[in-house]
Structure formats: C-alpha cells, structure tokens
Design a protein around this ligand. Structure first.
Ligand code: ADP
Ligand code: MG
Length: 447
C-alpha cells in the first residue's frame, strides 16, 4: 500500500492546478491526512466552517484527484477538530517526512496559450512561442525570451510544453530552471561515478525539446556554463529545439561566456514588455472567469490602474481581494473592501507621500510653478494653491507647523495656521474648494 501521506501530497499537486489560488490557500492547503483505512482517506480541518466550505466547494474535485493518484481510494472524509479528537489517533503512523516523489506533471495546466492574453506588449513574443510550438526544429532555434519579472515568460514556456504534449505526445520535452540544471550537474559531479554522469547526460541529451528558465542565474557558474555549452551544441547539432527564458538579454548577463552569448544569438532573441492598461484589464478579466471569481467591475478597474509593472503582483492583488471577500462571507468582491484587503499595499503608498509630492501635485493641478508656490507672490492664482498645499501637508502628514513654514520659503508658523483655518472653513462652505481638496488627496495617494 502507498503511504497515505504521499497520496495526499500528490493529490495536493493536482488540486493546486485545478482549483483557484484562493480556495487552495484558504480551504485545501490546511487539510491534514490523518488516516487511511478500508479505502477511505481521513482528513482533518481547522474548523467546522472550513469543513463545510471545503465539502461544499470541492468535494468532487478532491475525490477525483485522490482516485487519480491511487486506485486504492474509494472515498474520503473530512473531520472537524471535534471529530478528529474522537478519531482513534493512536493508529496514526509516526509522522514521516513526505517522500519527494517525482512531479506528476511537469507543466502547469493553467499556463496555456488560451489563457495568455495577447496585447501590444507581448504579441511578437507570443507569435514566436506559438511558432515554435507549431513548428519545432525549424527556423526559430533557439528561441530566447527575455523580460522583467512577472511578465509571462514562464507562462509561455509552459504553454509551449502543454501544447506539444497535446499535439506531439511522442516528443520528449524537458522544462528545467537554470537552478535545476545546475543542481543536477553538481550532483552528477559530486557522486563522481560514471553512471551518475551518464544519467545526467541521458536526461539532458536525450530530449527533443529543452526549455531552460531563468538562465540569467548561470552567470558566475563557470562549470555549469561549460556543461550547458556542450549540451546546447549537442542538441543543436542533432536538430533539437531549445527555448530559453531570462530576465535580461544575453548581452546584459554578466560573465556570460562569449561563446554562449553567440550561441543564443543564433536564433531569435525576443523581449516581452510591460502590458498597457487594456491588456492588464483583459488579463484580470480572464483570471476572474478562469478562477470563477465574482468581482465587481470597479474593483477590476482599480487593480488594473494601480498595478502596472508586474502581472504576478497584479494577480496577487486580485487574489487578496477575493480572499478577503471570501473570509467575510461576501458573495462578491466589491469596492468597499478593497482598502482593507490591500492594506499592505495602501500602507506603502501612504509611506511614500511626502511634502514634495503634495507640492508637485498641487502645482500640476493648478498649473503653477514650484518657485511661485514657495515664493513671495501674493496674487490670488498663487496664494490659493499655496494655502491648499499647506493645508494638505498638515492634514495628510501632520508635520509641525514650523516645518511646513520652512518648506514654503521660511514662512512663519502663523501663516501656516491662517492657511489651514481658511481652507478648513472654505472646505465646508465652498464646493469648488471641496472638490479641489478631494481631487488632490486622491491624486497624492495614487502612486
Ligand atoms: P515571469 O516568468 O516572466 O516572471 P510568469 O510567467 O510567472 O512571469 O507570470 C506571472 C503571472 O502572470 C502568471 O500567473 C501568469 O499566468 C500571468 N501572466 C503573465 N502574462 C500574462 C498574459 N499575457 N496573460 C495572462 N496571464 C499572464
Ligand atoms: Mg519565471
């Protein structure tokens, strides 16, 4: 009989690919296998609510995954803490480290071409990736994809892998990170025997398609570079396909040997850029439908607006908001919970609000220069923005009055008090000022 903890560990790997990130983190990850007998797997949970939620949302998926891993499984039971206590715990085997079993599936099934949103920032690289997937071993070899963190490089490599597995199942496709490659190589050296060495070669030279992710980590590893160079040549000469991803172009990988650099240039070097607003929005909408998230349109817009450099981070914001709504038992993620759900992110935003930023925003808003606002001019077009800026700095940053006076060309603190009192008053009575102040606060906070 298989160890039931290993069965569960493999089941988790499958479930992670099939259920939403939020559900996995919230309800599934915390399940603990406590026993397996007569074909039934017993799992404990942390609360009665968790038990109800996991069964309501994922009973069928869990059973399917368990049965895929082991044909000894007939059913499973989830026990809340009370039930677990009554369960005969003495029967449990002493806790053993879960044996590392080989990954069941090398490619993340969520990373497909269908799930990849194409926009201006990535259309060329997408074309190259689908080109290689449809016609490997032809022109684009190697394909070298580079771009910043969280922009979809790994997604594309897996998409090629998933696609090839479906369309060309006879091909031996291997995806590794540069660190996997290094570790395998170092292991083969450490054991020092010929068979370890030949099993390393067997693994890397017998493939039809080799994908190496995050190749930038090869810099400074002379031995690994040497070995990779030979692997590369061997595969290339035998007309095998090579695909590489990196966070920077070959010429910027420090200490990359010239001969490797020139090998990488033999095919296509293609970058992936940061997505524009429309693409970000489309990615978020796709994620929502893929994960079955119920999220208000305003929330999706808000996230797309506030995250423009890293798609992984943007997805993280989406998961957080959904996670929070789920915790509050809300059926839909709406704007009213966004501030709380993204507190960490909003907090860092608040930290970076500075007097300079407030002055800059006021200048932009009223179209006045910084010299004028901190200078001596007394005309209304300047005085009013100056007073609003003083008021905002006091309101938003709570700086000592003296300090605020200093920012505005060494003015006396009584001038700051006057400005503050005046704008406070006008805010209550004058709608135009109220709108200005609110607009400016939003502008300052939107970093
Ligand atoms: P990288 O390897 O470049 O650091 P990943 O491939 O890991 O980035 O992508 C980070 C996350 O963003 C993944 O969840 C991926 O699915 C998602 N992602 C990136 N680009 C896109 C896109 N164009 N369409 C849909 N999802 C994307
Ligand atoms: Mg990656």
């Amino acid at each position: 009989m298989q160890n039931f903890r290993n069965i569960w560990a493999d089941t988790l790997k499958i479930l992670q690919q099939r259920v939403s990130v939020v559900s996995f983190d919230l309800w599934i990850k915390s399940l603990e296998p406590i026993d397996f007998k007569d074909g039934i797997m017993y799992l404990s949970t942390t609360s009665e609510t968790a038990k109800n939620r996991v069964l309501k949302l994922h009973e069928e998926q869990i059973l399917d995954a368990l049965k895929e891993v082991s044909d000894e499984i007939q059913n499973f039971k989830v026990l809340d803490p009370e039930e677990s206590k009554n369960f005969n715990l003495n029967k449990i085997e002493p806790h053993k480290e879960v044996e590392q079993s080989a990954p069941l599936c090398n490619f993340n099934s969520k990373y497909t071409f269908e799930n990849f949103v194409v926009g201006k920032s990535n259309q060329v690289v997408y074309g190259a990736a689908t080109g290689v997937a449809n016609h490997p071993f032809t022109k684009i070899n190697p394909l070298f994809i580079y771009g910043g963190v969280g922009l979809g490089k790994t997604h594309l490599l897996h998409a090629i892998g998933n696609y090839l597995r479906k369309t060309r199942p006879e091909l031996n496709v291997l995806y590794v990170t540069c660190n996997n490659f290094t570790t395998d190589y170092v292991e083969s050296l450490k054991s020092g025997n010929a068979s370890a060495n030949s099993s390393f070669r067997q693994k890397y030279r017998n493939v039809d398609v080799l994908m190496v992710d995050d190749i930038q980590f090869i810099s400074n590893k002379t031995g690994t570079q040497e070995e990779f160079f030979h692997t590369f040549n061997d595969l290339y000469q035998n007309n095998k396909q090579i695909i590489i991803a990196s966070d920077r172009p070959p010429k910027e990988i420090a200490t990359l040997e010239e001969r490797l650099r020139s090998r990488f240039s033999m095919g296509l070097i293609q970058d992936i850029q940061t997505p524009d607003y429309e693409t970000r929005l489309a990615i978020l909408q796709k994620k929502c439908s893929q994960e079955n998230y119920n999220v208000d349109e305003d929330v999706v817009n808000y996230i797309a607006e506030h995250s423009d450099t890293n798609i992984r981070e943007m997805e993280g914001m989406l998961h957080k908001v959904v996670f929070y709504a789920e915790l509050l038992g809300k059926p839909k993620a709406t704007m009213d919970i966004v501030a709380d759900a993204l507190k960490d992110i909003v907090d860092t935003t608040t930290q970076s609000v500075t007097p300079e930023r407030i002055v800059d925003c006021v200048c932009k808003y009223f179209n006045v220069s910084k010299e004028d606002i901190v200078g001596k001019k007394k005309n209304k077009e300047i005085v009013e923005p100056r007073q609003i800026a003083m008021y905002l700095i006091y309101e938003m940053l709570d700086l000592p009055l003296m300090k605020i006076g200093e920012i505005f060309g060494g003015r006396d603190h009584t001038t700051v008090i006057n400005a503050r009192t005046k704008i406070e008053q006008m805010y209550k009575e004058n709608n135009r000022i109220k709108v200005c102040v609110n607009d400016l606060k939003n502008m300052v906070n939107r970093i």
